[in-house]
Design a protein around this ligand. Structure first.
Ligand code: FES
Length: 772
């Protein structure tokens, strides 16, 4: 495709061309109100029709889909970040002279330099950004948030940006960098100027004012740095950098520190202020989501990720092509400039189901690209997460009755940073909860950073029905309180159900109809020898009660392209199998359903299954003398047939043995019990991992899992079970042999050594290369 490629004639979303905020590359204008108001929606036509296009107006190739945006970020061989801080509007000669008069000499920073120099510096400067180090800033964030809310809690109406969201992140940023608070007022003015200067379109008159502000910002940063050099002891990233300079003067230079100081102030402060304002606007525009986090603050960490996905504060970033390279099917010449629009990727339906919908329970919300990805991923992401979580928690606890006031939102015109300039909210102070219950003031919950937020994504559902479906088997029907549609699921998916006061979480396969958007069904066997989860469900759960549930997730997916399938269910293992067989039936796939149990009365859903599957159902009830002989039943599998099995361990083990005679990959099983035991450092060896995307090298100690080591190095990875059961912590392996300890991968997948579960599996040798 070339810039002259035909432009789509009409917007598929908005119909008539005139009604659409943007149709076609020729009309793309990142400074238009359409883009500034809602950049992801503005680019929807591109995601759907022309995902990589050339903007004549900007002189940039615009990249809009998730996989392409991530692909450009991860490819530091073909793409350079050298233009990330380049001025979009070249300054006039006069403006240049003004900045030169201040000695302005912004140089390379961690944001815009190439490898290998970048990684060498990043490694040296990373220490204060690890989750452990970042957690130390929580008390300050909480104290400041409380003090600022105190100032306006009785006002009933406030501009949150003005009253809190600008100054608190700035103060935290200054502390993080090790700067005194006294310079705050000037820095505030200067940092906006820096944004306009680099990413905006200032008019010739504005350019001079901006040039003076940027020059002042530069000079101030220099003075502050000099002060620190006199005494670089104590906390703060810049002081840490000065100490690193003493040890590695060739890597961390003077000009580098000066540039980093200036860039760091903007990066650490403005992006967080904007992200918080975006998140609050989004949540207050969705009162049911706001109500949920007010009632259950444990949802906040995942809500933060979902808000960052839907409305992050850095919407686009830049790269330049070092080689001829293909992106999204488009050949780009050497020197092409790219505008990679993360916020568009975050709205890509191919990655996020129902992408336009705010779903604070979304399972993969944390996969957003708002912090970038790869070797240049935002170093301060965990500080931003910490602040967002604390601010949302403090505001939702103290002002749950807050609502958006009528207003028109405005944004500073630029291509990269986005957040409302004002956020007016109002409430009735007479209803402030702390007037009735002052104890609420001191409440708080721990922040979650450097760990998966999936555990904090549970949704509250109402028990709409309880029905015995066999001896000791109870079916639970769950619905949203307000009848809202529930997340879509596919056969084989399971949910995690929290069992009330027992503190236990149990995984149950979904067994209802995936086409029914209003309810989810699971069937639970009362396990006499269990740890209490099923006992609680059978004896304590009542219709009308609310339960917390995570998912659905599917690690036992049904391959709809297979010509034939054999389903094998043992006992309560019928639940995922029943949903799969229903799907096979509706697709017209040739299938047989084997269902075995020790007693007919203990086997759930037999009548329904018989009515649905007729002759295809083979019932093996031992008490009726119909014991299953799978060696015989599965002797002659049709070509290309897949065997799906779920049931007791001994059944799965027997099938595993039989599968030795089948083509690799034929048997697919669902297990709810991990194989990996507790980590025993005495029996393990340490190993090294190299991360191809971020360029890091990490040592995994004998007493550490790979997942723990990656998180400690600031790498974001989802996880859930941490037992090798669920597959959520999977990483791609590029080199090295894996010692697999999960129960997710099939023998075929294990033999390929191209992926592994980072929570339990390790290196068989001493080194692995991972695509991270
Ligand atoms: Fe579940 Fe690793 S977290 S397999």
């Amino acid at each position: 495709m070339h810039p002259s490629s035909p432009i789509p004639a009409g917007c598929p979303v908005h119909g008539a061309q005139g009604a659409c905020p943007a149709v076609g590359a020729e009309r793309f204008d990142p400074f238009s109100s359409g883009y500034l108001d809602d950049p992801a929606q503005y680019l929807r036509w591109a995601r759907e029709q022309q995902p990589v296009f050339f903007s004549e107006a900007l002189g940039y190739w615009v990249v809009t889909r998730y996989e392409d945006v991530k692909g450009v970020f991860r490819n530091h061989r073909d793409f350079s970040p050298s233009n990330a801080l380049e001025k979009l509007t070249p300054p006039s000669e006069e403006a240049q002279a003004v900045m030169a008069s201040y000695g302005y000499a912004m140089n390379r920073t961690l944001v815009n330099e190439d490898e290998p120099a970048h990684m060498a510096r990043r490694r040296l400067l990373l220490g204060p950004f690890t989750p452990e180090a970042v957690r130390e800033h929580e008390p300050l964030a909480r104290r400041l948030a409380r003090e600022y809310v105190d100032r306006f809690i009785d006002a009933g109406r406030v501009d949150l940006v003005e009253a809190m969201l600008w100054e608190v992140p700035l103060t935290i940023a200054l502390h993080f960098l090790g700067i005194d608070e006294e310079d705050m007022p000037q820095l505030r003015r200067y940092s906006i100027a820096h944004t306009v200067n680099t990413w905006g379109r200032p008019s010739p008159d504005q350019q001079l004012a901006v040039a003076h502000a940027v020059g002042n910002f530069w000079a101030l940063a220099g003075r502050i740095l000099d002060k620190m050099r006199a005494d670089p002891s104590g906390p703060g990233w810049m002081k840490f950098g000065i100490r690193m300079q003493a040890e590695h003067p060739d890597v961390v230079t003077d000009s580098y520190l000066h540039s980093m100081m200036m860039a760091g102030i903007v990066a650490a402060h403005e992006t967080t202020a904007n992200a918080t304002a975006n998140a609050l606007r989004l949540l207050l525009e969705h009162p049911s989501a706001w109500r949920e986090i007010c009632e259950d603050p444990s949802l906040i960490p995942n809500a933060v990720e979902e808000c960052l996905r839907l409305s992050g504060s850095i919407i686009a970033w830049r790269r330049v092509a070092l080689n001829e390279v293909r992106v999204g099917g488009v050949d780009l010449p050497v020197g092409s400039r790219l505008l990679i629009v993360m916020t568009s990727g975050n709205h890509d339906e191919a990655r996020f189901a129902d992408a336009e919908r705010l779903d604070i329970h979304r399972d993969n919300a944390g996969e957003h690209l708002s912090f970038g990805y790869g070797s240049h991923q935002c170093m301060g992401k965990n500080l931003a997460r910490l602040e967002l979580q604390v601010f949302l928690e403090e505001l939702s606890r103290r002002l749950p009755h807050m609502r958006l006031a009528g207003q028109r939102f405005s944004y500073v015109p630029n291509i990269s940073f986005r957040g409302p300039e004002h956020l007016w909210v109002e409430w009735d102070p007479r209803d402030n909860p702390e007037r009735r219950d002052p104890a609420r003031l001191g409440e708080s919950q721990p922040v979650r950073i450097g760990e998966s937020t999936r555990a904090a994504s549970a949704r509250l559902l109402r028990v709409a029905g309880l029905r015995p479906v066999a001896e000791r088997v109870l079916e639970i029907e769950l619905q949203a309180d307000d009848g809202r549609p529930l997340p879509r699921w596919t056969p084989g998916a399971h949910v995690d159900l929290e069992c009330g006061e027992t503190g236990l979480t149990r995984q149950y396969s979904l067994c209802g109809d995936p086409e029914d958007p209003r309810s989810l069904r699971v069937a639970v066997l009362h396990e006499a020898e269990g740890r209490g989860g099923s006992h609680w469900i059978h004896t304590r759960l009542r219709v009308g009660e609310r339960v917390r549930l995570r998912g659905p997730r599917n690690h036992f997916a049904f391959d709809e392209s297979a010509p034939a399938a054999v389903f094998v269910a043992g006992g309560i293992g019928i639940t995922p199998i029943a949903a799969m067989a229903l799907r096979a039936r509706s697709l017209g796939i040739d299938y047989v359903l084997h269902y075995s149990g020790h007693a007919r009365a203990a086997m759930a859903y037999v009548d329904e299954l018989r009515a649905l599957h007729g002759e295809r159902l083979r019932l093996h009830a031992a008490d009726q003398g119909a014991r299953a002989d799978y060696a015989r039943e599965l002797r002659d599998l049709p070509r290309g047939c897949a065997v799906y099995a779920c049931g007791p361990q001994r059944l799965l083990d027997a099938l595993q043995e039989l599968s030795a005679a089948w083509p690799l990959g034929t048997l697919r099983v669902e297990r709810f019990q991990g194989a990996a035991g507790a980590l025993d450092p005495a029996k393990e060896h340490a190993f090294d991992v190299e991360l191809s995307d971020s360029g890091q090298r990490i040592r995994v100690a004998a007493d550490q899992t790979l997942l723990q080591a990656l998180r400690a190095a600031n790498i974001d990875l989802p996880s859930d079970c941490c037992e090798g059961l669920c597959g959520s912590c999977e990483v791609r392996v590029l080199e090295g042999e894996v010692d697999h300890r999960d129960v997710v991968l099939t023998p075929t997948e294990r033999a390929r050594h191209d992926k592994m579960m980072s929570c339990c599996s390790r290196a068989a040798s001493t080194r692995l290369v991972l695509e991270l």
